[in-house]
Write a protein that binds this ligand. Structure first.
Ligand code: GDP
Length: 693
């Protein structure tokens, strides 16, 4: 029959993992007593080790839910704090230190809290028991303790000594039983003395006949009786049983035998009183087993109710949809791979080409601005340069080496730009940005761990690939660095494209100009300051310094700055307008006139470069990335994750965590209920065969 307690203790442990509710209260033995009544000594004698916090100051501030698990075949004794995940602790002084720390973590103002510390002890020397140690009752509040401490402890104890719990009321023999706080508290909730065991400690401190009279107390008779003990660890065994080392059970037994053996009349077999830790242990096991057995039915019913509630929640909130951390991860990963596949299908050579061409268009515009449309524009006090190179452009003389040099230098700047690195970086960054977008739109968005894993997967592959690819691409475009031949159709295409690019650029200049107009507060104001700047630039007006600090001509420095930007934009737009006309003119229709039309020439070169780069990047970067990335995902989020990591991942999302909790709670309650049913059957059978048990 001893299996029942063990099983019920297991069930209790299981229920604790899903947050035991008030209704699911499996019976436990609650230990109460005044400070210094010997409560810790009794518990330590049961466990066989010193492990409870000691000290003159009250240190038990939280209930300790102590689960003792008998491990008959094991030799090692160890403790575990399931909530802390510290693993097996074989050194009992470390358990003691941990308990002290946990207690001291409760702020002094709060005095005590009813949040229990769970501690399990596994040993071949302990019975299967579930005990709850509570803070000791105090008589007088210490100077450094809050005034309400006494009441708070009493309230906490009262909460725990409710049915179906068994009360282990500890009183010291050297204090009158009428003054025992433990018995008084117990009497309040168990007036008929049906579920209280009285323990009288320090029997060695009073005359044997006085001790005997306490054990047969008639004022508060207990159905489960009183047990007298002497459980101070003998000092002589101090060396042998130093803190946390050996088991103290034998030393206590020896001491008790010596004392009770010396008084056979009072405590011998004929006296019919219970004495000694051995008897107390037996009694506790017997009483707990019986209480557990009689609570089987009510507990089963409570679990059934809890299960019904959980099943209802599962149905209503989650539509009975099963979920496990593994299935959630697998589904999320599948969906993500799917969206990636979709992206692969839509992001190919054409998209790379558009991106690269746009990038090179911008580079061409910059080059043109530097070499052809150049106007220094830093200092208001500087007059305009004598020559406007743009004005000369239509008059460009193909015979003049200067014009050859200008165009060759521009083309060379373009081909030697480091296209390999630039193009690879542009495409790799675009891929990374797309991956980031896919993550943001996936279930992984709510999972920092997975987000990081995916980002790392893509960045590491892209980094690795980019390194070689940019060098190889640079080699591919090398021929263009020496010689560029254009076909007529390439020229025509370049002419068409650059006209579009210039138009777009003009539109952007106009937009930016309008923005400034709005910012300074009106066209008139901007026109005034621009006119002033023009006068300065043409030398009609002199100003001191650059006008950047302090302003000039009645305009503030800030307004002058905006004016200067506006003048720049106006001039640039004018210039671009002229160049659009030039590009569209007959002169630029033929590639023979390339010196008149550097824009068309450079655009055609950029187009050639793009064609080489997009072909190469499509083959080398895109297809390799598309092949490697799903495999890397699988490696990082698929097969290599441990069960704990998968669980941690899934629980990162609060919605998923709640869903998983409900599923888990339901499964667990079903499991527990099944166990309970088999226990009930076992018990019924036992009763049939052995009706007196
Ligand atoms: P607690 O405050 O109720 O936990 O009490 P302790 O277990 O710490 O015991 C208080 C003091 O009483 C300690 O100094 C113990 O050594 C001593 N003590 C405990 N049990 C006995 C006993 O049976 N006999 C004697 N003589 N002293 C005891």
């Amino acid at each position: 029959m001893m299996m029942l307690t063990k099983k019920m203790i297991e069930i209790r442990g299981l229920l604790q993992t899903v947050g035991q509710s008030e209704q699911l209260n499996l019976p436990s033995i609650v230990v109460i007593g005044s400070q210094s009544s010997g409560k810790s000594s009794v518990l330590e004698a049961i466990v066989g080790h010193e492990f409870l916090p000691k000290g003159s100051n009250m240190v038990t501030r939280r209930p300790i839910e102590l689960t003792l698990v008998n491990t008959p075949d094991a030799r090692a004794e160890y403790g575990e704090f399931p909530a802390l995940g510290l693993g097996k602790i074989t050194d009992f002084s470390q358990i003691q230190r941990t308990l002290t720390d946990l207690n001291l973590a409760v702020p002094t103002e709060q005095c005590v809290t009813d949040e229990p510390i769970q501690l399990r002890i596994y040993s071949p020397n302990v019975p299967d028991l579930s005990l709850i140690d509570l803070p000791g009752y105090i008589q007088v509040v210490g100077e450094d303790q809050p005034a309400e401490l006494k009441e708070k402890i009493a309230e906490l104890c009262e909460k725990y000594i409710q049915p179906p719990n068994i009360i282990l009321a500890i009183s010291a023999a050297d204090v009158d039983l009428a003054n025992s706080t433990a018995l008084r508290a117990s009497r309040k909730v168990d007036p008929r003395g049906e579920r209280t065991i009285g323990v009288i400690t320090k029997m060695d401190l009073v005359d044997p006949d006085k001790g005997l009279s306490m054990l047969t107390d008639k004022k508060y008779p207990l159905r489960l009786g009183y047990v007298g003990v002497v459980c101070r660890v003998p000092q002589s065994s101090g060396v042998l049983f130093a803190r946390g080392s050996g088991n103290i059970q034998k030393a206590v037994a020896k001491n008790e035998n010596a004392f009770f053996g010396a008084h056979p009349l009072e405590f011998g077999p004929e006296s019919y009183v219970d004495v000694g830790m051995k008897n107390l242990r037996k009694k506790l096991m017997y009483v707990l087993e019986n209480t557990m057995a009689s609570s089987l039915k009510t507990t089963s019913e409570a679990i059934q109710r809890e299960l019904a509630e959980t099943s209802y929640e599962f149905k209503v909130q989650y539509n009975d949809r099963p979920l496990s951390a593994e299935s959630y991860l697998a589904e999320s990963l599948d969906a993500f791979k799917h969206s990636f596949k979709d992206f692969c299908d839509h992001f190919g050579r054409q998209q790379v080409r558009e991106m690269l061409k746009h990038e090179l268009d911008q580079q061409v515009l910059t080059l043109l601005a530097q070499r052809y449309w150049n106007r220094p524009f830093d200092d208001l006090s500087q007059p305009l340069p004598e020559m406007d190179p743009l004005a000369d452009l239509p008059k460009a003389d193909p015979e003049n080496p200067l014009w050859h040099l200008k165009l060759d230098a521009s083309a060379s700047s373009l081909t030697k730009l480091g296209i390999g690195r630039l193009a690879t970086t542009v495409v790799a960054s675009a891929l990374q940005a797309h991956i980031d977008r896919l993550i943001a739109n996936s279930t992984f968005a709510a999972h920092p761990f997975a987000r990081k894993a995916i980002t790392e997967a893509s960045t590491s592959i892209l980094r690795e690939l980019s390194y070689d690819i940019s060098d190889e691409l640079e080699i591919c475009i090398k021929p263009y660095k020496y010689r560029i031949e254009l076909e007529d159709h390439e020229w025509a295409k370049g002419r068409e494209n650059i006209a579009q690019v210039l138009k777009e650029e003009q539109r952007m200049c106009d937009d930016a100009f309008k923005n400034i107009e709005n910012e300074v507060g009106g066209r008139k104001k901007l026109r005034d300051v621009m006119a002033f700047i023009d006068r300065v630039r043409s030398g009609q007006v002199q100003i001191e310094g650059s006008g950047v600090v302090g302003g000039a001509g009645g305009f503030s420095a800030a307004l002058l700055e905006r004016g200067r930007q506006a003048v720049f934009l106006r001039d640039r737009a004018d210039l671009i307008k002229m160049r659009i006309l030039a590009v569209k003119s007959k002169q630029c229709a033929s590639k023979k006139n390339k010196y008149y039309c550097p824009e068309v020439f450079l655009d055609a070169v950029a187009d050639k470069l793009t064609t080489t780069a997009d072909l190469f990047l499509d083959a080398e970067l895109l297809s390799k990335f598309y092949y490697l990335f799903p495999r890397e995902l699988e490696a990082r989020l698929g097969r290599n994750l441990s069960q704990a990591e998968i669980e941690r991942f899934a629980r990162e999302d609060p919605k998923v965590r709640r869903h998983l909790d409900v599923v888990r709670r339901k499964e667990l309650l079903e499991h527990v209920l099944k166990e309970m049913e088999s226990l009930r059957q076992l018990e019924a059978r036992e009763k049939r065969y052995n009706p007196r048990a």
